[in-house]
Design a protein around this ligand. Structure first.
Ligand code: GLU
Length: 309
C-alpha cells in the first residue's frame, strides 16, 4: 500500500515534471549528455530510518559538484579549519561555478569558496594519501560510512569523459599552482577530481548523506559520528550560502533548505535535525541547477514547512 507521504511525493513529481521540458542536460562533459531529460526522482530520509521515494528512483547518476561538500568535510577533518581556509575563502560569488575571473583580481589569489570549481579543486588537492587510488579510496570509504552502502563506486566512463575535456579546470589548476594555492601534481589532481565527481549514487544514497549532514554528522543507522559537529555545521553553512551556484540567494528565499546541486542534475538537501533529501532531474536551468528538481524541492519545502529561516 502506498502511504500518504509517498502519495504526496508522487503528486509533487507530477506538478514539477512539466518544468523539465524547459531545461537542458549538461553536454560539456560529453557522457552527461546521454541522460534522459524527462527523468525526475526524489527520496526523503526521515527519522527512524523511514525513506519515502517517488519517480525513477532506481536511476543512478554521478555526484558532480555535490562531491564538493564531501571533500570539504574530509579536507577539514584531515587538516583543520586554519589550513583549509588559508587557501580557500568563505564568501559567496555571483560568478558562474567555473569562472576564472576572481582568481586573477583577488590579491593574494585565493578561490572565494570551496563550492566553485577553483575552490573545490584546491580542496581536493588537500585530501591526504600518497596515491590517487588511496585518496579516492578515502573519499569512497567516507561516503560508504555515511550511506551504509559499500557498493558505491565511480563511473569510469563519466570520469574519463570529463578528464579528457577538462581544459578549463586544468587552466584553473595551473593558475592556482603558480600562486601556491595548489601544491600537488596537476594531472593527478584532475584525475582524482574527475573520479570524485563521477562517484555514482541514487536518490536514496543522497537522502541519507543529507540526513547525516543535517544531523550534525551522526549516521542515523549506526549512530556513529561520521563528521565532527563543527565541520558538519561549516558544510551546511556553505550549502546555504553557495550550494546552488549563483542562484543560492533566490534558492534560500524560495526553498530555505541547505542544499548542493551538481551538473548531473542531482540535488542534495540537508534539513537540520531529521530529514535528508535526494533529488535527480538531469534537465538543468541556465545556472546549472536541475530545473524540475528546484520546483520539486520548492514544493516539498512549502508542503512540509521545511525552510530553516
Ligand atoms: N565535474 C564538474 C566540473 O568540474 C562539476 C561541476 C558541477 O557539477 O557544478 O565541471
Amino acid at each position: 500500500m502506498i502511504c500518504s507521504e509517498q502519495e504526496t511525493l508522487l503528486e509533487m513529481i507530477d506538478l514539477a515534471l512539466p518544468y523539465t521540458k524547459h531545461g537542458k542536460v549538461a553536454t560539456y562533459i560529453p557522457a552527461l549528455g546521454e541522460a534522459d531529460p524527462d527523468t525526475l526522482a526524489v527520496s526523503i530520509y526521515t527519522t527512524n530510518g523511514e525513506c519515502y521515494s517517488a519517480g525513477n528512483i532506481n536511476q543512478k547518476f554521478t555526484l558532480q559538484s555535490i562531491s564538493k561538500v564531501i571533500t570539504l568535510a574530509l579536507a577539514l577533518m584531515d587538516h583543520g579549519e586554519d589550513y583549509v581556509f588559508s587557501k580557500v575563502g568563505m564568501e559567496p560569488t555571483g560568478d558562474p561555478f567555473n569562472s576564472i575571473a576572481k582568481l586573477e583580481t583577488l590579491v593574494p589569489s585565493k578561490p572565494l569558496n570551496p563550492m566553485i570549481n577553483a575552490g573545490a579543486l584546491a580542496v581536493t588537492d588537500m585530501i591526504a594519501g600518497s596515491t590517487v587510488e588511496e585518496r579516492l579510496g578515502r573519499i569512497l570509504s567516507f561516503i560508504h560510512e555515511m550511506t551504509n552502502n559499500t557498493s558505491i563506486h565511480y563511473c569510469d566512463k563519466v570520469a574519463t569523459s570529463e578528464y579528457e575535456t577538462a581544459d578549463l579546470n586544468r587552466a584553473l589548476c595551473y593558475f592556482m599552482k603558480q600562486h601556491r594555492v595548489v601544491i600537488g601534481d596537476v594531472e593527478q589532481l584532475l584525475e582524482l577530481y574527475t573520479k570524485q565527481c563521477a562517484i555514482e549514487v541514487d536518490c536514496k544514497d543522497l537522502a541519507i548523506i543529507g540526513y547525516v549532514i543535517g544531523n550534525e554528522g551522526v549516521n542515523p543507522d549506526t549512530k556513529r559520528r561520521v563528521i565532527p559537529m563543527q565541520i558538519a555545521r561549516i558544510v551546511k553553512t556553505f550549502m546555504v550560502t553557495c550550494g546552488m551556484y549563483n542562484a543560492s540567494g533566490e534558492f534560500a528565499i524560495r526553498v530555505g533548505i541547505p542544499a548542493k546541486s551538481g551538473v548531473s542534475g542531482g540535488i542534495l538537501g540537508a534539513v537540520p535535525y531529521g530529514m535528508g533529501i535526494g533529488i535527480y532531474g538531469p534537465a538543468l536551468d541556465e545556472k546549472g541547477n536541475s530545473i524540475g528538481g528546484m520546483k520539486l524541492l520548492e514544493g516539498i519545502s512549502h508542503r512540509f514547512n521545511l525552510s530553516i529561516f
